[in-house]
Write a protein that binds this ligand. Structure first.
Ligand code: T4K
Length: 415
């Protein structure tokens, strides 16, 4: 008997959340790395050992920077140790200060990179269709203290770039894009990388392309690129000459080797992600209250995230109840970016009442659920997950009645 048949016949009692055996023997994570073939990394590692050159702008890093710049269609790429440091350095090099407008619906690092250096993040609502910063709300937030805007290409869906560029020009503001999710994506045929003053990619283990930890700042601006290079290397211009304040943002050789090996199979990863995305979209298309978030015709995505919106009013099953059932079945879906950056500390304290002006971000943070995908997930896994979700929605009345609404919390140690 297939799992599909089993689910059709199963009683709600058989769900793992009520004591049944979990659907999956081992956890299915969101964010399992897309790993390159081991021997491709090993070959590079051997060369790193032979050279005895481990970091500080070695040949692997320089090759990786050239490759990333070429993929992103930009003149300059500066590889960094992670995107958070990349954002901090870019913000500083762009001389942002005072207040900077950011979307409320993003990973907390976008706001932390500002607050870390004494800049106030001003939270802007999002466009509920694209989940990215709503340009129509940006202008109302500009004050004499505003120096910049940071857009986030969330889930690899590009921001309303043209509208943001126009606002930045009109008000003489710097424009930075947090492109942590968007390496390999394009908008209107133009690769993500060359929008605004600069863009920052993340190459964290969970990202479309990974360097274990890592990131890159990309730009077409020569002077800005020089400043970034200085800043990521303590401000050194020579062995013993420091010309400005800096930090250590450098990428290591082993990270760049991982990145170069991963770049070789980038097209395969997009194809796999796309198949998975389309399978989820088809498998959930008839489930009431469940929408697989789509892409605009302008976007060429990397399909790294499969994000759902769960509309309890339409389907009768709320997001957190579904999450609780999925986790019990070992499907470790994530409610990124609940409860919203503006509701996390220190912003909850420093920005009291700000949620009132963020209706779209507030609603979305209660609806979004991100599902496992990527090369570690199989088509059969996806079929079973779709069937499970459909089953939960179909039996929502009984499931909801039996699950206490005491606030399911996601354990971080489910690994
Ligand atoms: N801007 C945006 C919009 C971002 O989303 C991020 C990062 C950043 C900026 C900053 O970029 P970085 O400074 O990190 O380069 C994860 C990532 O740590 C974070 O990079 C990412 N966004 C965020 C969306 O997701 P968590 O707290 O969800 O990570 P964690 O440890 O729960 O991992 C998620 C799942 O991935 C685990 O359940 C299992 C799997 N996993 C994870 C790791 C690290 C693996 O299978 N293998 C692994 O090595 O933040």
């Amino acid at each position: 008997m297939t799992i599909q048949q089993l689910l059709v016949r199963a009683a709600v009692d058989d769900l793992a959340v009520f004591g049944g055996a979990p659907l999956f023997a081992t956890p299915l994570h969101v964010g399992r790395p897309n790993l390159p073939p081991y021997d491709r990394v090993e070959q590079r590692l051997r060369r790193i050992f032979d050279r005895g050159w481990l970091t500080n702008h070695g040949p692997e890093v320089l090759d990786f920077e050239r490759a990333v710049a070429s993929h992103a269609g930009v003149k300059h790429c500066i590889a960094v140790c992670n995107a958070t440091v990349g954002l901090e350095v870019a913000i500083r090099a762009l001389r942002m200060s005072g207040e900077v407008i950011v979307p409320a619906f993003t990973f907390v690092a976008t706001a932390h990179a500002l607050a870390w250096q004494g800049i106030t993040p001003v939270f802007c609502d999002i466009d509920p269709m694209t989940h990215t910063i709503d340009p129509e709300r940006v202008e109302a937030l500009i004050t004499p203290r505003t120096t910049g805007i940071i857009g986030v290409h969330l889930w690899g869906r590009t921001c309303h770039v043209e509208a943001l560029e126009a606002i930045a020009r009109r008000h003489d503001l710097r424009l930075l894009f947090d492109a942590a999710h968007a390496f390999g994506c394009a908008r209107g045929g133009r690769p993500v990388g060359s929008f605004g003053d600069a863009e920052v990619f993340s190459f964290h283990a969970t990202k479309f392309l990974n360097t274990f930890e890592g990131g890159a700042i990309v730009t077409n601006d020569d002077a800005f690129a020089t400043q970034i290079r200085l800043t990521t290397n303590f401000g050194f211009v020579d062995y013993d000459q420091v010309v400005s304040i800096g930090t250590n943002g450098k990428m290591t050789e082993i990270s760049a080797a991982m990145g170069l090996a991963s770049l070789e199979r980038m097209d395969d990863v997009v194809a796999c992600n796309r198949r998975h995305y389309e399978q989820y979209a088809a498998g959930l298309s008839d489930v009431p209250g469940v929408t697989v978030v789509g892409y605009s015709a302008l976007d060429r995505p990397n399909y790294q995230y499969v994000a759902l919106e769960i509309d309890a009013a339409e389907g009768g099953l709320d997001r957190d109840t579904l999450l609780e059932v999925l986790h019990a079945e070992q499907v470790l879906a994530r409610r990124y970016f609940y409860p919203g950056v503006h509701r996390m500390e220190p912003y909850r304290t420093t920005h009291p009442g700000v949620a009132d002006g963020l209706p779209a971000a507030e609603a979305l943070s209660r609806r979004v659920l991100v599902l496992p995908t990527g090369t570690a997930v199989s088509a059969d896994d996806i079929t079973r997950i779709c069937d499970l979700i459909a089953y939960c929605v179909e039996h929502r009345a009984e499931i909801t009645r039996r699950l206490p609404r005491s606030g399911f919390t996601v354990a971080r140690d489910l690994r």
